[in-house]
Design a protein around this ligand. Structure first.
Ligand code: ATP
Ligand code: MG
Length: 154
């Protein structure tokens, strides 16, 4: 769990724990080095696996004032330099470009959380950090954090 080149797997036993984990990661992001472009987090996983719940904890940890909800019919929500995308209802990947996507990902100040990133795979920044959410039972979710130097939570 301490090597920056390995991925991490965590079993969360409550929505609260998932948010707390995200909060920890938010702190790491805030103290991380400057990047060439935005910091993008791609949150993969089935419906109800905890992606939005995670984004709530992330936003709180980043100091974002505003309520994070399931965008559902809203593809994007912006809170200053924090962006929450939910691509579930996207018909074609190119639709994301109409939202100013290229400018958003080019700005190193921006932090972007993307649910259903599979839908816009070809437009994701190369340095995107991937998280995988798996439903285990009612309150258990397995959360896998892809290889990154930023996200060592222990
Ligand atoms: N350990 C856990 N981590 C996260 N959520 C949990 C956990 N246990 C129970 N839950 C519940 O599971 C639900 C997760 O819903 P959430 O909207 O976060 O999922 P989602 O992955 O964003 O789904 P969607 O693909 O529909 O956007 C919430 O109701 C949350 O309270
Ligand atoms: Mg969601």
């Amino acid at each position: 769990m301490s090597n920056a080149s390995t991925s991490q797997k965590i079993v969360s036993v409550s929505a609260k724990q998932t948010q707390a984990l995200a909060g920890q990661l938010a702190k790491k992001i805030l103290t991380s080095q400057t990047r060439a472009g935005a910091l993008a987090l791609a949150l993969k996983g089935d419906l109800g696996s905890g992606k939005t719940t995670f984004v709530q904890g992330l936003a709180k940890g980043l100091g974002v004032k505003g309520r994070i909800t399931s965008p559902t019919f809203v593809l994007m929500k912006r809170f200053k330099n924090f962006y929450h995308f939910d691509c579930y209802r996207l018909q074609r990947p190119e639709e994301i470009l109409q939202l100013g996507w290229q400018e958003i990902i080019a700005n190193p100040q921006n932090i972007i959380a993307i649910e259903w990133p599979e839908r816009i795979k070809k437009f994701l920044p190369k340095e995107t950090i991937y998280l995988n959410f798996k439903f285990m039972d009612k309150n258990q979710r397995e959360i896998k954090i892809g290889k990154t130097a930023i996200f060592m939570v222990k």
